[in-house]
Design a protein around this ligand. Structure first.
Ligand code: PGA
Length: 248
């Protein structure tokens, strides 16, 4: 039987000042010997301090985006190498807020995932349909297109995690039905198998979009759901730890 270690990853987005690092400390203290992987993806300003706080614990610190290049004239951007240098171990790429706010294409997301690997980071690559795409029954087609376009050659279960995040479920309190989540995840695994072969069976596929302690047990218990990417509910350690506790 294939086993995939559950990953619960928080995404603080553009939230958090240095004073908020007490929440990171509380998560570190709260996970103890958690039987799943636990990560928090922080604003760039907090990565180094959080990583030094988390050193020696099971808590993984990550970034939320990286530029494809290692260095250069790209004002305001941050490279995967900088995240790694600050102590980060993973980076989110292709989040729908980046795709929408910054016009990121599948090709750009793909190059960002490659940049993450170049720096030795795990890439958490986000895909998901918009509300209009779901309404027009295009969800599975969109997921297929995003996997074909944004997963680089050389992807393995060690360097890649996919996060399925329906855009309309992010920050809205809405979630797809359990059947719809299971269908999307099974479809993603099928398309990933076409893309990267047998490694797809070992690759973690997270669900993201309005995950909270009260729905985490049901969502994390679904077939082919190997963890969660959590926005709003990751900002408070007590909520985030409630989701970690629900992980199988
Ligand atoms: P949410 O965000 O949990 O606040 O819906 C999820 C995400 O965007 O990763």
């Amino acid at each position: 039987m294939v086993t995939r270690r559950t990953l619960v990853a928080g995404n603080w987005k553009m939230n958090g000042l240095r004073a908020s690092l007490t929440e990171v400390a509380a998560v570190k203290a709260g996970i103890g010997t958690a039987t799943c992987d636990v990560a928090i993806c922080l604003p760039a300003t907090l990565i180094a301090e959080a990583a030094s706080q988390a050193a020696g614990s099971a808590l993984i610190i990550g970034g939320q985006d990286c530029h494809p290049a290692a260095a250069g004239a790209h004002t305001g951007d941050i490279s995967a190498e900088m995240i790694a240098d600050a102590g980060g171990k993973l980076v989110i790429v292709g989040h729908s807020e980046r795709r929408t706010d910054h016009g990121e294409t599948d090709a750009l997301v793909r190059s960002k995932a490659e940049a993450a690997w170049r720096a030795g980071l795990l890439a958490v690559l986000c895909i998901g349909e918009t509300e209009a795409e779901r309404r027009s029954s295009a969800t599975l087609e969109v997921l297929k297109r995003q996997i074909a376009g944004s997963v680089p050659n050389g992807a393995t279960s060690v360097n890649l995690v996919i996060a399925y995040e329906p855009v309309w479920a992010i920050g809205t309190g809405l979630t797809p039905s359990e059947g719809d989540i299971a269908e999307a995840h099974a479809h993603i695994r099928l398309r990933l198998t076409e893309r990267i072969g047998a490694e797809a069976a070992l690759t973690r596929i997270l669900y993201g979009g309005s995950v909270k302690p009260s729905n985490a047990v049901a969502i994390l218990g679904l077939d082919d759901v190997d963890g969660a990417l959590v926005g709003g509910a990751s900002l408070k350690a007590v909520d985030f730890l409630g989701i970690v506790a629900a992980a199988k």
